[in-house]
Design a protein around this ligand. Structure first.
Ligand code: ADP
Length: 520
């Protein structure tokens, strides 16, 4: 039994054809046999008739006046002599009957169903002489005996019975010829069936083979491998469907692996960034410590200055650690939002209040515009407050003295709410806009503007907003100010957020969380 699908298909097809041919052949031969038997019978009957007629002629000529069967139930002597004559017998067997002939003379009984009774001396045999009567082409002798043919001759009151045996016939040769022909046709049909079946099976299994090759390559790591189009569209519908599904699966697999790779690369970058960020305050602390050990502690004012500077670095380390912890929790999905249907105005107001002191200290006008009515959406008030706080602190940080920061909250068209934080600050370089939501990204003008952040504030903003199923966008003009716009849906969807996509002038955001950014 072949192991391949193609082999089995071919074998199955050929087997069906062979069985069909076999059955057809058997039926045809059977019908032909019956037909030839009938022909044979008719032929023997007509030969027997001719023999009987000839015997009748001989009989009547031999004894035209005297009875053929005498009163003592014997055949006239002259008739017997005539029928035993070699010449007559040869004519009967070799020419008329083309068979061994047995002739009996006698009479019919007077019963309702007359029966032939042979006279005691009324049996004559003539044997076919194959030397003299050679068979015609296609003839052979068959070992069969015909039914007795009886003819009554009423005027003379006697009857003739003829039986032919071992006749020359065409039957065996004819059947042999037909059988041979059928066998040749069968073999040719079988050969055609084998070729046809192999071709069809190959055609049928080609898409399967392509699919197998593609699966193997995929399994070996070639994620870009697909089943070629011609294999998909050239096969049966079921196989096309399978090919399409395979390609769709391979595409999803490739996409997932790419996402995982990107995540891995991002994690590496993140780790590198984290170590870099930690090194700066630690190096500063070590320097202060060494200086103090080396004697700087002797001067009280210098000692105080170093201790103050060390405290600032420790605060920075603490703040970094808290934010990093928060970000990693958000990333790993450990943070669950405490979602509740609540008035968004409260969360916004609380954040603005928290930044009021620092704004005032920096001589910046911080204003808040809220609708008169409640803005009820499902959100986590503490984390949304954190978002607003981060944005407002940035706005204050990057706005020169005398500037203003305006915070607005309102219902969004189509449900949900929008929070806007607009400042009249230094603005953001257009080239940097797409990156400001990245972790550890700090704008080139950040330090100019006394910004001492570490680039985590907006990453946290984006994470929290995305966790709410919302988005964050930014518009900015250098030297004129920036506006951050957070849009939140009325009901956060439970689906995981799509990958973040900050854009020039607009940037979306995602889930995360945060600690208030300390004032620099
Ligand atoms: P940090 O403020 O700690 O540096 P953020 O993630 O909050 O980090 O901000 C990233 C960068 O985006 C900042 O360094 C700054 O360049 C830019 N940025 C953020 N907010 C503003 C703003 N309101 N005006 C101008 N630049 C801003």
């Amino acid at each position: 039994m072949p192991r391949t699908f193609q082999g089995r298909l071919t074998l199955g097809f050929v087997a069906v054809v062979a069985i069909t041919l076999g059955l057809v052949g058997a039926i045809v031969l059977n019908r032909l046999g019956a037909y030839f038997d009938q022909q044979q019978q008719d032929d023997l009957n007509s030969r027997a008739t001719a023999v009987a007629e000839f015997v009748r002629g001989i009989t009547e000529n031999a004894s035209p006046l005297r009875p053929i069967v005498s009163d003592n139930a014997t055949i006239n002597r002259l008739v017997v002599a005539e029928l035993q004559r070699g010449q007559n017998q040869q004519l009967l067997a070799n020419t008329l009957a083309q068979a061994d002939v047995t002739i009996r003379l006698g009479w019919l009984t007077d019963d309702a169903a007359p029966r032939f009774v042979a006279a005691a001396n009324g049996t004559f045999s003539a044997v076919l002489d194959e030397e003299i009567a050679k068979p015609a082409v296609g003839q052979t002798r068959e070992a069969l005996t015909s039914d007795p043919y009886v003819v009554a001759v009423p005027p003379r009151d006697y009857a003739i019975e003829v039986v032919l045996s071992n006749p020359y016939t065409y039957r065996a040769v004819a059947i042999g010829n037909v059988t041979g022909l059928l066998a040749i046709i069968g073999l040719v049909a079988l050969a055609v069936a084998v070729v046809l079946a192999a071709t069809l099976a190959r055609r049928f299994t080609t898409p399967l083979r392509r699919l197998t090759e593609a699966s193997r390559d995929l399994a070996e790591g070639d994620l870009a491998r697909r089943v070629p189009d011609e294999a998909i569209h050239g096969g049966a519908i079921e196989l096309s469907e399978l090919g399409l599904q395979f390609n769709a699966m391979a595409a999803r697999l490739q996409e997932s692996v790419e996402i995982i790779r990107r995540d891995r690369d991002r994690s590496r970058e993140f780790l590198a960034d984290v170590s870099h960020e930690l090194r700066t305050p630690i190096a500063a602390l070590r320097t202060f410590n060494e200086l103090l050990v080396e004697g700087a502690a002797d001067d009280p004012s210098t000692r105080l200055e170093f201790l103050e500077a060390s405290r600032a670095q420790l605060e920075r380390l603490d703040w970094l650690a808290q934010n990093l912890l928060e970000l990693s929790k958000l990333d790993s999905g450990l943070v669950l939002l405490d979602l509740r249907r609540d008035d968004l105005r409260a969360a916004v107001e609380q954040a603005v209040d928290g930044s009021m002191t620092i704004a005032r200290r920096r001589d910046i006008t911080l204003s808040l515009e809220l609708p008169d009515h409640q803005v009820v959406i499902r959100h986590d008030p503490v984390r949304i407050s954190q978002v607003v706080s981060n944005l407002v602190n940035n706005a204050v940080k990057f706005t020169p003295r005398g500037g203003s920061v305006r915070v607005t909250a309102r219902d969004a068209a189509g449900g949900g709410a929008t929070i806007e934080v607009a400042d009249t600050g230094i603005g953001i370089e257009p080239a940097e806009l797409p990156r400001i939501f990245d972790r550890f990204f700090r704008g080139s003008r950040a330090s100019e503007a006394r910004g001492s952040g570490s680039g985590l504030g907006l990453a946290i903003v984006r994470s929290i907003v995305e966790m709410h199923g919302g988005s964050v966008a930014v518009e900015s003009r250098l030297g004129q100010g920036s506006t951050f716009r957070v849009t939140l849906p009325a009901q956060p969807s439970l689906e995981p957020p799509s990958p973040p996509g900050p854009v020039v002038e607009t940037s979306s955001s995602g889930p995360k969380n945060l600690n208030p950014q300390p004032a620099p």
